[in-house]
Ligand binder design. Structure first.
Ligand SMILES: [Zn+2]
Length: 284
């Protein structure tokens, strides 16, 4: 390796420092903002105004409480901003959009998002939040944006970079001849999904992935989950979401994932280190 190559590698290594980015610049800032204690600062957004501000404040209280307990009291979640933001695209501007057996404009609004935006919802939310008066000016100081939205997509929740989203309410089986139903999601279930997605915004992956291999039968998955140490981790698809309630039962991070949080995530948060934590323990 000659001098030129060494010089070039040195330049590449310097680059993350030279381009310290925040959530105000990109959806996936490459480093944490340094801090003196392990507090995670987020905004909680109702995108689409399907909930009242009182709903949002109630969810905030439960989310803060359960996230702290979920991390074995290691990370304090501070919901610094709660805000209700209207959809950017309104069904009233799309009178041509129709679905058989569905006439309720509120349902058509949610399903329009399924057909025309779907998983791009995270980019849309990021763009909208950036220019919103309630969050935009504070975005550079936040670690993540957690969102509940009536906009429908494939899956119950998603995270991309530091933007997390879960559906509430949920449209069920709308293509059936009876038009299906709208499911109101309980606070406990919304919070369960948000803890999972905020976990992704900490660069934590799924646990028990050995039980989700393509081609596995329902029986095989069930047996695999029963034998998985991490089956009840909030990042596991093995967890029985139906057990979650609003009063006392919820899923948290289990031993293996708690070690990733303690040994990798929190040190990165405190030092302003890299967001894409390296050498995560695989939690089976
Ligand atoms: Zn996930």
């Amino acid at each position: 390796m000659g001098f030129r190559e060494i010089f070039f590698i040195a330049l590449l290594m310097l680059e993350p420092l030279a381009h310290a980015d925040t959530l105000a610049d990109v959806m996936d800032p490459s480093t944490y903002i340094p801090r003196s204690d392990a507090t995670l600062n987020i905004a909680l957004v109702d995108y689409g105004q399907e909930h009242t501000h009182e709903d949002l404040l109630r969810i905030k209280t439960l989310l803060e409480k359960r996230f702290f307990q979920a991390t074995d009291s290691m990370i304090k979640l501070n919901v610094a901003i709660t805000t209700n933001i209207p959809y950017r695209s309104l069904i009233s501007s799309h009178p041509e959009y129709q679905l058989p057996n569905i006439t309720d404009p509120a349902r058509l609004q949610r399903l329009w998002y399924y057909d025309f935006v779907n998983e791009n919802i995270m980019q849309e939310i990021y763009d909208v939040v950036k220019t919103s008066l309630s969050i935009g000016p504070s975005l550079a100081g936040l670690d993540a944006v957690a969102t509940i939205t009536g906009a429908q997509f494939d899956g119950l929740g998603f995270a991309d970079g530091r933007i997390a989203v879960t559906e509430s309410p949920r449209e069920i089986a709308w293509a059936l001849p009876d038009g299906g139903t709208t499911e109101i999601v309980s606070d406990g279930s919304v919070v369960d999904e948000l803890i999972h997605e905020i976990g992704h915004t900490l660069f934590l992956g799924h646990t028990s992935t050995q039980c989700q291999k393509p081609g596995m039968t329902y029986e095989e998955t069930k047996l695999c989950c029963a034998a998985s140490d991490a089956r009840d981790d909030v990042m596991s698809y093995c967890r029985d979401r139906k057990k979650v309630n609003d009063t006392d039962f919820f899923f948290g991070f289990k031993d293996c994932q708690l070690r990733n949080i303690k040994n990798l995530v929190i040190p990165a948060m405190l030092s302003g280190g890299g967001w894409m934590i390296q050498n995560r323990e695989i939690c089976n």
